[in-house]
Each structure stands twice: as structure tokens, then as C-alpha cells.
Ligand binder design. Sequence first.
Ligand SMILES: [Zn+2]
Length: 284
Amino acid sequence: AGVTRFAPGDRVVAFHHIPCLNCFYCERKIYAQCPVYKKVGITAGFEPAGGGFAQYVRVMSWIVERGVEKIPDGVSFERATWVEPLNTCLKAVVQSNPQPGDLVLVMGQGPIGLMFTMLANRSGARVAVTDTIEERLGISARCGAGFTWNPRKVDIAAATRKITAGRGADLVMVAASVPGIVEQAIACSRPGARILLFAQTSVTERFEASGADLCAGERTLFGCYSASVDLQKESTDLVFYGGLPLEELISHRVPLVKIRSGFDLALHPGPKSLKIIVQPQRWL
Ligand SMILES: [Zn+2]
């Protein structure tokens, strides 16, 4: 009721988090901290945060107003699943502000890290990436990485310095959460570099940095989380029309009844597993 922008049968993609645009944090464009933003706005139940893995979901009013985009003809639902995750990556890349010629080191080449690789490459920077899963590094190269390193085989800090006249990376984007990775990111960065933490969402995760690396080394360590409503149009256009090789990132498709196997795969990724798509309208 009261919906005028959409008609039955329209194919749409809906964001699950959308800010109020009216609070202390929204006024400062720190949307992910907005209380309304924190409420999941797509639900398979009767309340927000009632789950989303269902054949039919309810999209709450504030999402319908600001967080639903039509999918154009010729663009698949599968491609449209990238609109929200790409937005989160674009937000981080915009905040990181890589410059043409910079050396950007992306640590971790899961789906998020691979999108960082695509977007950093698009900015004109040189991109080096790391992952311990060898199969992913081939995909990284097709997504724009000029240097692909397995940290179990390569001294990443030495390799980074070797291609930056001994300085280190201008920007490091940390897209994996394993012990020691933030320390390694700092070790790979040049003085004055920016180091983005994108996967460090756990309240129990700890890392150590020397005061000198940050203070005398003038490095900026910063976090970025979730999507920006200001980048919704740009991220939607990029997914629909931007020619990004996002199809490379889908490794599995599971029907709703086999969703447990999808979660198992996501929790214990094999050499080939990346993005796992749940197909709610498919039964077997
Ligand atoms: Zn707000």
C-alpha cells in the first residue's frame, strides 16, 4: 500500500540496510552508525531482522522509499545480487582514494577482496594481491591484479618494496581476517600510507602496532563498514553497466532447501569456493 514507484512484476534489488538521513550520524554521512540503518529492513517474518532466505520477503517502508532499485531488462538477478556488496566496496575505495600510479595492496581475495581488486584497478592504481588459496590468484589477475602473491610462498613485505623503489604500498586494503594480517599490512605499507581494515569486525580480534609505525611513520589506520546510500546510483550503474567481471566471483548456486550446504561452504571455503548464491525460487 502506498507504493507508487513500483508495479507488480517489476524485477528489483533491495538493500537490507538504509539510513534515516535525519540523525546525528546521517548529518555527518556516517550512515552505517545510524540507528535506522542498523535495523535489517528485509524480513521473511513480521518484524525487521526476521530473516531473508525465503521465497517471499517483506521489504520495510524505509527501504522501499530509498533502498530499492529496478533491475533493467537484460540484467540477471544473479548480477543484481552484487549491487549491495559492490556498494560496500565502492564506499571503501572512495574513502581510500587511490591515485593513478599508486601501488595498492589488497590482502585477501575472497569476493570482497576481488571487488577491491576490480575497483582499485579501475582507479588507475597498480594492484598487488595476496591469498593463500592459489586458485583465487588466477581470478585476481583477470580482475585487474598486476601482482598475485601467495603469502605462504612469497615474502609480501619484501615483494611490495621491490616494486615501489623500496618504499612499500601506498594503500593497503585488508579484506581477510586472520591472525597477524594487520601487522603484515603495516609492514607492507610505506610511511604516510593508508591502511584500510574491512574485515576486522570481531570485538575479540586484537592486533599490535608500534607507536612509531603510526606516529613517526605517519600512517593512517582506518575502518570502513557497510554501504553508503550516497553511492547507491553509482554502484548500481557499475554492476548493471560497468563491465566488471563479477560472474567470475560466483562459485556455487544452491536451492533454498540446501541452504545448509551453502553455509558450510561459506564457513569452510574450498579452493574453488567464492560467492555462493541461494536461489529461493528453485527447489532442487
Ligand atoms: Zn540516521
